[in-house]
Design a protein around this ligand. Structure first.
Ligand code: NA7
Length: 553
C-alpha cells in the first residue's frame, strides 16, 4: 500500500452490540468522523442477539443495565421486570438503534476475516469474509467479552444423530422441547438459567455437571408502572450512584468483615440478601473476596440452602459447590435452579470423576453408559475476552499478529489499546473492568474516553497513536497485583482463561472497580495521555526498520 492511500472512512467499528452502537453514535455525532461498522449477525444487540436460549436474562438489574447517555432514551423506555429477559433487552437495543439512527452505518451479516495495520500508509485494512476491503485511519473493536462460543472437542460429536445447540448461538426460531429427551452439558450461568425452562417443556432432562456452581435466587418480579416512574424521576442521581460503585450497579453496602461479626448478625444479613435476590448477596461483607475463611462462611450458607431445597440428599451433595471459593467464578443468578432437581423428569450426572468419554450416536457417554437424547444442549461457555478479538485475525505494526503478541495472555493498556497495534482501540478488552462490572456502564465510560481521546488527537493533528510497551507492562502488572489481592485466581474460571485448552492462565479483567478505573483514566487525560506514544512511535518504528535493513558491514 502506498503512503498516499486515502482511507475509505475515518473509523471501522467491529460489532453492533451496546459498545459498537454507542461508539458509532459518538464517533459520528460528537467527533464528526465517518464510520463503517461490521456486524456478523443480521441485527444489533451483540450478546443479546446470539444468546437466545430459554431463560436467558441479565444478571444486572434492568434499571441500571441500560444506556445513561441520553435522557430521552431512559425516559421513553420502560422495563417490565427487575431482571430483563433476553427478548426485552434485544428489543431495547433495537429501540436505541432506531433512536440514534446507526443502522445505516453497519454492514450486517458481514464477518470480519482480518484487520491489518500498514506502517507505511498508517492505515488499517479490514477485510470481510467475502473479500471486501475497507481502509480506515482507526479501528475500534466492540466485539464483546462473551461472543466466541466454546464447544469442547468431544470425540464423536459429529456422529450424534440428534440436534446440537450451543446456548451462545441459539436458533432464532427457538427450539421446541415438547416430548423431547434433552441432555445439557454445563452448569455455568447459561446452564443454570436454561435448565429450569427446558425441564418445564421437555419430556426428560439429563444434566451433566463437571463443577457444581454457586447460584443465588434472582427473586425476579414485575416492575410496576409506578415503580418505573419513580426510577425515571431520579434517573440522573441513580446513574451517578452506579458510577460511584465498584461494580457499577446499585449496591447494598457491606455491613463489615464477616470474621469480625457475630454469627447471628452474619446469618441475618445473608438471609436478608438471599431474600432480596441477585448478586448483591456477594457484597454482604468486605472480606468475602479476600479472605478464604470469610469466604467459606458465605459459601457454606449457600450449601445449606441447597440441602434445604433439594429433596434427594445425594443430588443435594452433588450440587453443593466445594471446588472453588464462592464468587471466584462468576456468581450465577437463577430462577428455580435448585428446585428443578426435585422434578421427576430431571437427572443429574456428575462428570467430575468420570469425564464425558465421547458423544455417541444416541448421546453423551459417561463411565461406559450412553445417555440417550434427542437434543444435546451445549452450555459450555465462551473463549472469553481475548477470543472475540483473536478471531478477527488482527496484525499490527511490522505485520505482527495479535495472537503472537498475546501468546502469554491478553495484554493491553487500560483494556483500551495494545502496544504494537497503532490507532486501534478495544472496548472492554483484557485489563478493563468489563465483566466484573455493569457492562453497559463500563462500555459508556470506555467509549466516551476513546472518542474524547480521538477528538484531542485530531485537534492536535496527531496521525498515529499507540500504547507504549512500558505502560502496557505496568498496567498488566497492576491488573495481576490487584487480582492477587483477591481470591479470584484460585478458581479455574473463564476469567482466568482456564476453560479453553491451551489458553494462557492469566486473570483478564481489572478487579480494582469501575469507579477506581474511571479515576485512573481521568488522571491519564489530565497528564496529557501518559502511556501513549503519539506520532513519534511511527517514526521510531520506521527508523528501527531501516536500521534492521541496513547492510551489515
Ligand atoms: P461458563 O460459566 O463458562 O460455564 C460453562 C459450563 O460448561 C461449566 O459448567 C463448565 O464446567 C462446563 N463445561 C465446559 N466444558 C466441559 C466439558 N468438556 N465437560 C463437561 N462440562 C464442561 O459459561 P456460561 O455460558 O454458562 O456463562 C458465561 C457467562 O455468561 C456467565 O458467567 C455470565 O457472565 C454470562 P467447569 O465449570 O469448567 O468444570
Amino acid at each position: 500500500m502506498s503512503a498516499l492511500t486515502t482511507p475509505d472512512v475515518d473509523v471501522v467499528v467491529v460489532g453492533a452490540g451496546f459498545a459498537g452502537m454507542y461508539a458509532t453514535h459518538l464517533l459520528r455525532t460528537k467527533n464528526n468522523l465517518t464510520v463503517q461498522g461490521f456486524e456478523r449477525g443480521s441485527g444489533v444487540g451483540g450478546t443479546w442477539f446470539w444468546n437466545r436460549y430459554p431463560g436467558a436474562r441479565c444478571d444486572a438489574e434492568s434499571i441500571v443495565y441500560s444506556y445513561s447517555f441520553d435522557d430521552e432514551i431512559q425516559q421513553e423506555w420502560t422495563w417490565s421486570e427487575r431482571w430483563a429477559t433476553q427478548p426485552e433487552i434485544l428489543e431495547y437495543a433495537n429501540f436505541v438503534a432506531d433512536k440514534i439512527g446507526i443502522r445505516d452505518t453497519f454492514r450486517f451479516n458481514t464477518e470480519v476475516a482480518s484487520m491489518a495495520w500498514d506502517d507505511d500508509s498508517q492505515t488499517w485494512t479490514t477485510t470481510t469474509a467475502a473479500g471486501d476491503k475497507t481502509v480506515s485511519k482507526y479501528v475500534v473493536t466492540a466485539v464483546g467479552c462473551l461472543s466466541a462460543s466454546q464447544v469442547p472437542d468431544f470425540k464423536g460429536l459429529s456422529d450424534f444423530a440428534g440436534q446440537v445447540y450451543h446456548t451462545g448461538a441459539w436458533p432464532h426460531e427457538g427450539v421446541d422441547f415438547t416430548g423431547k429427551r434433552v441432555c445439557v452439558i454445563g452448569t455455568g450461568s447459561s446452564g443454570i438459567q436454561s435448565i429450569p425452562r427446558i425441564a418445564e417443556a421437555a419430556d426428560h432432562v439429563t444434566v451433566f455437571q463437571r463443577t457444581a456452581t454457586f447460584t443465588v435466587p434472582a427473586q425476579n418480579r414485575p416492575l410496576g408502572v409506578d415503580e418505573m416512574a419513580q426510577v425515571k424521576a431520579v434517573y440522573p442521581a441513580l446513574r451517578e450512584h452506579a458510577k460511584s460503585t465498584a461494580a457499577g450497579v446499585i449496591v447494598k453496602q457491606p455491613i463489615g468483615r464477616a470474621l469480625e461479626l457475630d454469627a447471628e448478625t452474619v446469618r441475618a444479613e445473608l438471609d436478608a440478601r438471599w431474600a432480596q435476590g441477585g448478586p448483591t448477596f456477594m457484597n454482604a461483607f468486605t472480606d468475602t473476596m479476600s479472605d478464604l475463611e470469610a469466604n467459606e462462611i458465605t459459601a457454606e450458607y449457600v450449601r445449606e440452602r441447597v440441602r434445604e431445597i433439594v429433596q434427594d440428599p445425594e443430588t443435594a451433595e452433588l450440587l453443593s459447590p466445594h471446588a472453588y471459593p464462592i464468587g471466584t467464578k462468576r456468581i450465577c443468578v437463577d430462577t428455580d435452579y435448585y428446585e428443578t432437581y426435585n422434578r421427576d423428569n430431571v437427572d443429574l450426572v456428575s462428570v467430575k470423576e468420570h469425564p464425558i468419554e465421547k458423544i455417541g450416536t444416541r448421546g453423551p457417554v459417561v463411565n461406559g453408559v450412553e445417555y440417550d437424547c434427542d437434543v444435546l444442549v451445549m452450555a459450555t461457555g465462551f473463549d472469553a475476552i481475548t477470543g472475540p478479538l483473536l478471531r478477527l485475525n488482527i496484525t499490527g505494526s511490522e505485520g505482527r499478529p495479535l495472537s503472537e503478541a498475546w501468546a502469554e495472555g491478553g495484554k493491553s493498556y487500560l483494556g483500551l489499546a495494545v502496544a504494537g497495534f497503532p490507532n486501534m482501540f478495544t472496548v472492554t478488552g483484557p485489563g478493563s473492568p468489563s465483566v466484573l462490572t455493569n457492562m453497559i456502564l463500563s462500555i459508556e465510560q470506555h467509549v466516551e474516553w476513546i472518542t474524547d481521546f480521538l477528538l484531542d488527537l485530531e485537534d492536535a493533528g496527531v496521525g498515529v497513536v499507540e500504547a507504549s510497551l512500558q505502560a502496557q507492562e505496568q498496567w498488566v502488572a497492576d491488573v495481576n497485583a490487584i487480582a492477587d489481592q483477591t481470591l479470584y485466581p484460585q478458581a479455574a474460571s473463564w476469567y482466568m482463561g482456564s476453560n479453553v485448552p491451551g489458553k494462557a492462565r492469566v486473570f483478564m479483567p481489572y478487579a480494582g472497580g469501575a469507579d477506581a478505573y474511571r479515576a485512573i483514566c481521568d488522571e491519564i487525560v489530565s497528564s496529557g495521555y501518559s502511556g501513549f506514544v503519539m506520532d513519534a512511535g511511527a517514526s521510531e518504528r520506521a527508523e528501527q526498520r531501516q536500521e534492521e535493513m541496513a547492510p551489515v558491514v
